[in-house]
Design a protein around this ligand. Structure first.
Ligand code: NAD
Length: 351
């Protein structure tokens, strides 16, 4: 897998990546809001482009995937270039999964999806995810210029979404010394970039550092098995319709506070990366300082939903450094619902 990271790369390097893979007719996919950017990438591809399909939607509804596969076949595409956030890349992965066409990703958020073989599809109100090597992009083109237009609130929540991958990779059962290095560096890069982006959204250096962080954090997600935090967010997004990156931002400090007593090495690495002695609280403070949402209530969840969500989470098998009962999941969700400061992990075995 190749990675290109430089300003302007989306229009100056994508054609080279297409050519390097021997492709001659790629379909460019994006969301409706990213159609202009996708159009600029398509223009840079010239005759290598078989058309632009700007119909990506959050969580890849099955009918959206079906239509995109049809369009790829109608146009005789021999590959796909996904331009945009995790939703566009998710649609590119759905095409790759069904057709085997190679995928190139040109990310415009910090979700990290471009570095993983994880696909997702939503059908009948439930989101299914899986891993398949065929959906891992063959090339990733990171262009800081493409992210200059990403509004600060989305930049912050998308950045914390990436941080969440690194956090759970640090205590994953299949973590490794290499992943630990990448995760710590990814958290350091992203959390140092976000305040600078919030202060100056057009700072190209901070934007580039955030993409570097997304690359590292996304690689950690791709290489390891996620735990309680991702399961909570999966249920809150898939079943209760909460927005993806915002939900990650709210839940992460509480999931980490719960797992911290069972994951001391992970917490030490995070403390180093964040320059703190209380990583859950530092993540909670970062979100607050940058104006991000900090409670599930603020995202529209109701108190009546908490018990059902906790039961769904506890009823599923997933890797986690601590066992999670329905009562544990409810305790984490109640704290995230209220948005109160997580207690220092060192002084509390719970939250
Ligand atoms: P998104 O792709 O839905 O984008 C959020 C919004 O930002 C959209 O309205 C989009 O049009 C807009 N946007 C994107 N880039 C922009 C830019 N540069 N300027 C202005 N607006 C821009 O959101 P996301 O958080 O990037 O991705 C979320 C999706 O990705 C979810 O479906 C999630 O499940 C998936 N995801 C998958 C993986 C994986 O490994 N498979 C990893 C992370 C996220």
């Amino acid at each position: 897998m190749r990675v290109v990271l430089r300003p302007g790369a989306s229009v100056t390097a994508t054609a080279g990546e297409v050519d390097r893979l021997g492709l001659r007719r790629v379909l460019v996919v994006s969301g409706a809001r990213g159609a202009d950017t996708a159009g600029a990438v398509a223009d840079s591809l010239g005759d290598l482009c078989a058309g632009v399909h700007a119909e990506a939607r959050m969580h890849v509804p099955a009918e959206v995937a079906d239509r995109a596969v049809e369009v790829a076949r109608e146009r005789g595409a021999d590959g796909c270039v996904a331009v945009g956030g995790g939703s566009s890349i998710g649609l590119g992965k759905a095409i790759a999964l069904r057709t085997g066409l190679p995928l190139i990703a040109v990310p415009s958020t910090y979700s990290g999806s471009e570095m993983t073989p994880v696909w997702g599809l939503t059908e009948h109100g439930a989101k299914r995810t899986g891993r398949d090597p065929s959906v891992l992009p063959r090339s990733v083109v990171y262009d800081p210029d493409l992210t200059l237009s990403l509004p600060v609130p989305l930049s912050v929540t998308s950045g914390v979404n990436a941080v969440a991958h690194a956090v759970e990779a640090l205590y994953a059962p299949d973590t490794s010394p290499l992943i630990a290095l990448m995760a710590e560096e990814g958290v350091r890069a992203m959390t140092s970039a976000l305040p600078e982006i919030a202060a100056e959204p057009s700072d190209p250096e901070a934007r580039g550092r955030a993409l570097y962080g997304a690359w590292l954090c996304g690689s950690c997600l791709g290489a390891t098995t996620m735990g309680l935090h991702h399961k909570l967010c999966h249920v809150l997004g898939g079943t209760f319709g909460l927005p993806h990156a915002e939900t990650h931002t709210v839940v992460l400090p509480y999931a980490l506070a719960f797992n911290a007593p069972a994951a001391p090495a992970a917490v030490q690495a995070l403390n180093r990366a964040l320059g703190t002695d209380d990583a859950p609280r530092a993540l909670w403070a970062l979100a607050g300082d940058l104006g991000a949402p900090r409670s599930l209530a603020g995202l529209g969840l109701t108190e009546a939903d908490l018990k059902g969500a906790a039961e769904l989470v506890a009823g599923q098998a997933y890797a986690n450094p601590r066992p999670v009962t329905a009562q544990d999941a409810l305790t984490v969700l109640e704290a995230a619902f209220a948005g109160r400061a997580p207690r220092a992990a060192a002084t509390s075995p719970l939250i």
